[in-house]
Design a protein around this ligand. Structure first.
Ligand code: FES
Length: 136
């Protein structure tokens, strides 16, 4: 299934239809990005991913952060590896913090404190033409 959405600042909109539905939220900027998805992939126009802006995408029911840098693009699951709470990025400490049991992950997703025993999971992502493609 394919579909597009318009996004407003701090808004989370769900692409309609199917388990592969996706949503996207941006914490910064006044962009109106759009994305499309099918059951296995989320495509985000690269013009909607400013360098250095962390974008939260919900893909197949799981929150994922997509970050474009000068070197490329990364995608990281935001599910804490301890018991699955959603971690939040703190710009002040440059860590991902888990609100449930105090898990703390560094900027690269590795555990720096608390009960998690594994790093945040990286998700497959690539730049394909004028879009960032998340998923298989
Ligand atoms: S669920 Fe994150 S520290 Fe327990």
């Amino acid at each position: 299934m394919k579909g597009g959405v318009s996004i407003e600042r701090r808004a989370v909109l769900r692409v309609l239809g199917g388990a592969g539905g996706a949503a996207l939220a941006m914490g910064l900027g006044a962009c109106s990005p759009s994305l499309s998805s099918d059951a296995r992939k989320v495509r985000i126009p690269i013009s909607d991913l400013p360098v250095g802006v962390r974008v939260r995408v919900v893909y197949a029911g799981h929150p994922v952060e997509v970050l474009r840098t000068a070197e490329g693009v990364t995608a990281r699951s935001l599910l804490c590896t301890h018991m699955g709470c959603e971690v939040r990025w703190s710009q002040g400490t440059e860590t991902y913090n888990c609100p449930c049991h105090g898990g703390v992950y560094g900027a690269g997703g590795v555990v720096v404190a608390g009960p998690p025993s594994h790093a945040l999971r990286s998700e497959p992502v690539r730049i394909q033409g004028d879009a960032v493609v998340l998923g298989g």
